[in-house]
Design a protein around this ligand. Sequence first.
Ligand code: 13P
Length: 331
Amino acid sequence: MVSYKELGLVNTREMFAKAVKGGYAIPAFNFNTMEQMQAIVQAAVETKSPVIMQVSKGARKYANPTILRYMAQGAVEYAKELGCANPQIVLHLDHGDSFETCKSCIDSGFSSVMIDGSSKPYEENIALTKQVVEYAHKYDVTVEAELGVLAGVEDEVAAEESHYTKPEEVIDFSTRTGCDSLAISIGTSHGAYKFKPEQCTRNAEGKLIPPPLAFDVLHAIEEKLPGFPIVLHGSSSVPQDEVDTINKFGGKLPDAVGIPEEQLREAAKSAVCKINIDSDSRLAMTAAIRQHFAEHPDHFDPRQYLTPARDNMKKMYIHKIVNVLGSNDKL
Ligand code: 13P
């Protein structure tokens, strides 16, 4: 058993309480590689932001759970080396699908876990979430649960259709499970193709404009659970310039579309205190690498193309922190 406290990590409790009060959101960036980890830490340190580094089941399979845990420990030491005396870094399991996965993360040093029972019937979601909360709280690890279903594909989490969270269920669910935060469904979606073209309108240049988020559902939930930390998954904006760069240099991402940043900015001012971003990092990395290969066909040293990839991700993380979530200068 390794406690996250020994690794210099923190859980989400105080971080979320401050974010809800302060009207900003904590960035939750997924990571699979060393370059992503470095870019996240550099961005968080430079902007003096708390940060959640999250690991999905796919990341655990790709990079190995032990390596990821040591990378998070390394992230804390790296932040200190970069001049941040007291970094606030959470290591979070994204979309935990069973009690066993959550337990293994808690036992190996994660400071926060998500148990995603959203695809199960309501009572089963409650029973599973409660089981994880009871175990996690023994070790002061915080737990995110989910009610409602997001559409889209993310690693091994996939759903055809979204079902908005029912505001009338949230009091019963949070009270009976004891969860620390709640991921809700209000129209965000996983991946770089969040909406089908037929769900969108097109602007004068033919670019897709997605349907707006269901702020009425968010506000109804906030009314039922005043001050309770709310989480938004599937919140990449799928920046058009990155998509254009990818397509210009040999990629093929037609009609990729995300959540407009002004809507995320609005959500961050509410009880939404954690916003998940993964696809934007993938796009930033891919765009930089494609451009680099096109401009330097003679390069074959990974450091040559991973350096601009890391820099581009860092630029994106800083932009999100400062211009969208507002978590800068909150350490
Ligand atoms: P995106 O695919 O929109 O980045 O969402 C990531 C996410 O919600 C991780 O859980």
